[in-house]
Design a protein around this ligand. Structure first.
Ligand SMILES: [Zn+2]
Length: 184
C-alpha cells in the first residue's frame, strides 16, 4: 500500500473525461488499495482516480461514522469501478463541499438527496448502491470527477465559496469570503 500524490486544481488531468475500466486485474486492485490509503491519509470522504492522475473510472468513498450514526452506510467503504448514477430523486438541497484537489476551500453546492448508483466491484461483478443525504452528495461529487467536473463548477456566485484560513497564533481555523469564482 502507498499514499499517492493528489493532483491539484489547474492540472489538466482533473478536466479529462476518464476511461471505462475493462480489465479487473491485480493492477486495478493495487490502485484501489492505494486510493483508499490516500483518502484516509488525507482525511477525505471520497477520492476519484483522476485525482491521483489516473484517468480511469474508479472511485472510493467512505463516510465517517462520527456525526452520521443514523445512516447505516456510515463507516462503510465503497470501491466502485465504472460508477453511474441511474436515478436521482428529491428536491435539491444546498450543502457544503470541499475537495482534496482544491485544498482550503469550501463551497455550497445544491444536489438531489437520493441517488441510486450502479457500477462494478474489483472483480467486475455488478453492484448497486442506494445513497441518501451526505453519502448521495459524496457519490455525485466523485462521479463528477470522472467527467472532469469539479464542485466549483456548480457554484455561480462567489458568496457561496469560502476560504479556510489557519491562524497559527490562535491555532484556529476560520473562514473568509472569496472575491471571485475560481477557475482551473
Ligand atoms: Zn473532489
Amino acid at each position: 500500500m502507498a499514499v499517492l500524490d493528489i493532483i491539484l486544481l489547474g492540472d489538466a488531468r482533473l478536466r479529462k473525461k476518464s476511461k471505462s475500466i475493462r480489465r479487473f486485474d491485480g493492477k486495478l486492485k493495487q490502485l484501489a488499495e492505494d486510493m483508499v490509503e490516500t483518502m484516509r491519509h488525507a482525511n477525505g470522504v471520497g477520492l476519484a482516480a483522476p485525482q491521483v492522475g489516473i484517468n480511469i473510472r474508479l472511485i472510493v468513498v467512505e463516510m465517517p461514522e462520527e456525526g452520521f450514526e443514523e445512516d447505516p452506510n456510515a463507516g462503510k467503504l465503497f470501491v466502485v469501478a465504472n460508477p453511474e448514477i441511474v436515478r436521482l430523486r428529491g428536491e435539491k438541497v444546498a450543502g457544503d463541499e470541499g475537495c482534496l484537489s482544491i485544498p482550503g476551500y469550501i463551497g455550497e453546492v445544491e444536489r438531489q438527496p437520493v441517488a441510486t448508483i450502479k457500477g462494478q466491484d474489483l472483480n467486475g461483478k455488478p453492484i448497486r448502491i442506494k445513497a441518501t443525504g451526505y453519502l448521495a452528495r459524496i457519490f455525485q461529487h466523485e462521479i463528477d470527477h470522472l467527467n472532469g467536473v469539479l464542485f466549483i463548477d456548480h457554484i455561480d456566485d462567489p458568496a457561496k465559496l469560502r476560504r479556510i484560513v489557519y491562524d497559527a497564533e490562535a491555532d484556529e481555523y476560520y473562514e473568509e469570503p472569496v472575491a471571485a469564482l475560481m477557475e482551473g
